[in-house]
Design a protein around this ligand. Structure first.
Ligand code: ZN
Length: 474
């Protein structure tokens, strides 16, 4: 939206401060620092006031003042987003949910948990665990990511194949509208066909249509038996054959399938002291696969062993290890979970969070690798991720002998090469990280005029003044 942004007057700031009281706001530079820069130091913001409301009513009262005075406001969860969606770039009011962090209720018959937006994802997982249930959303940043942010960005992670993205795990929401009204949609219903599904409009909207203050999430049966294996494969096509064979043999027991290239394992072993090489020699393409069931332990492992034997016989699996214990499974997961982070020790990296239909993954990797290698000879592709749901993190580490700045300056040109291939294969240029500011201009290029116009109509209808997270998404 091209709306002229208003800087808040001292009077507006005083009114907001009086809503939350002395505990509920801050201008302390030390406290602000945690909220104005994200962990990779890529995005830097500034704010006229950090507000920390303690109730949904306070959030609503703050937004009412913002609406009356056309004051822009940016909601921020655990500040773990990767596309700058949570950063105030133009001195907006910054809304923090750290004090809205209560588990409201747990219902083990309805299998639901109601939580406030500031609950950390790991705390929701723990609350589920305590009542012998699973909240399956799982991400590298789960120790800091908050449920409001996770829902506002429709986060994905490692368990999407079996349980879906954040969107699939929500039954109800409480939302503060751009007018400062509270919509209480905290229903724990699995069936509700009374018109538009409003909650889905706010999920994945990155705080641009309304502010999520609480949610009712689904709980699932807790897995009692988990088998984790790392498998070396002939090539990417073989990885897809292995995925299909696993799903045919084991159905929805397959809970995660993650692609890891040799260079990724080498990076982790080089930079993480606890990491160990899973087999020798290392193979070009590997898949970390996890099976789980709510049944009592015993039946799963023989099933997985039979599956691996069959895959070895067919020649698309070359080698494999099945974890013998929880710590060994954690060792295997370490190779996957530290992958994104260790790239920073290998110089500059260009990251592309993309998805294509699972059947197109081998074609995508082949075409994209050729294109980027032709553009920058010596570039080191480190494609990894959620091959089971078609989401690849097509990350590129710089050539070892290239200047980092010169490499990073090729960002836009390389993104265009990668995204053109993605879109030609029916894929998406942002699979799970969202749009924020990082991809706002890109979606204008890759989404259809009709799609963009519907998005703008929605934004205009719900937030006509453009005060909610301005400059993000649309
Ligand atoms: Zn991911």
């Amino acid at each position: 939206m091209k709306k002229q942004q208003t800087q808040p007057t001292p009077e507006t700031l005083d009114r907001i401060k009086s809503v939350v009281g002395p505990q509920g706001w801050s201008l302390d530079p030390n406290e602000l620092a945690d909220h104005l820069v994200e962990w990779r130091q890529q995005w830097h913001g500034q704010t006229s006031l950090l507000v920390k409301p303690a109730t949904s009513e306070e959030v609503a009262a703050i937004v009412r003042i913002c609406a009356e005075t056309a004051t822009p406001i940016v909601p921020q969860g655990g500040n773990t987003g990767l596309v700058g969606g949570q950063i105030p770039f133009h001195n907006e009011i910054l809304l923090c949910f750290n004090r809205l962090n209560k588990i409201l209720s747990v219902d083990t018959v309805n299998n639901t948990i109601s939580v406030q937006a500031g609950c950390v994802l790991a705390a929701v997982q723990d609350a589920a665990e305590k009542v012998d249930r699973l909240f399956p959303l799982s991400l590298a940043s789960e120790g800091s990511a908050q449920i409001g942010g996770v829902l506002s960005t429709n986060a994905g992670g490692n368990a999407v194949l079996r349980y879906g993205t954040a969107r699939n795990l929500v039954l109800g929401l409480e939302v503060v509208t751009a007018q400062g009204k509270i919509w209480d949609g905290l229903k724990g219903l699995r069936k509700d066909n009374t018109g538009y599904d409003l909650k889905q409009i706010f999920i994945g909207a990155e705080g641009t249509l309304g502010i999520i203050t609480a949610a009712v999430c689904k709980l699932l049966p807790k897995p009692r038996d988990v088998v984790t294996a790392l498998v070396a494969l002939r090539d990417v096509a073989a990885a897809l054959e292995f995925l299909t064979l696993s799903q045919t043999a084991c159905g929805d027991l397959v809970s995660a399938v993650e692609l890891i290239p040799r260079i990724g394992i080498e990076f982790v072993i080089r930079h993480v002291p606890d990491a160990r090489q899973p087999f020798s020699p290392l193979n070009e393409w590997n898949v970390l696969i996890e099976f789980s069931t709510a049944q009592y332990p015993g039946t799963l492992r023989p099933t997985v062993e039979t599956l691996l034997e069959r895959a070895l016989e067919r020649g698309f699996v070359l080698d494999g290890v099945i974890a013998e214990s929880g710590p060994q499974a954690a060792q295997l997961w370490l190779l996957r979970e530290r992958l994104s982070e260790v790239q920073r020790y290998e110089g500059g990296s260009l990251k592309h969070d993309i998805s294509v239909p699972v059947s197109q993954i081998a074609t995508f990797l082949d075409q994209a690798t050729r294109a980027v290698t032709a553009a920058i000879p010596g570039v080191r592709p480190v494609p990894f991720g959620h091959i089971g749901d078609g989401n690849i993190h097509f990350n590129l580490s710089q050539p070892t002998d290239m200047d980092t700045e010169a490499f990073l300056n090729r960002r836009e040109e390389i993104a265009r090469l990668v995204y053109d291939i993605v879109v030609s294969l029916g894929g998406s240029i942002s699979a799970e990280h969202g749009v924020g500011v990082a991809k706002r201009d890109e979606i204008r290029r890759y989404k259809s005029a009709v799609e963009l116009s519907v998005m703008k109509s929605l934004k205009h209808a719900l937030d006509p003044q453009g005060i909610l997270n301005p400059g993000k998404v649309v």
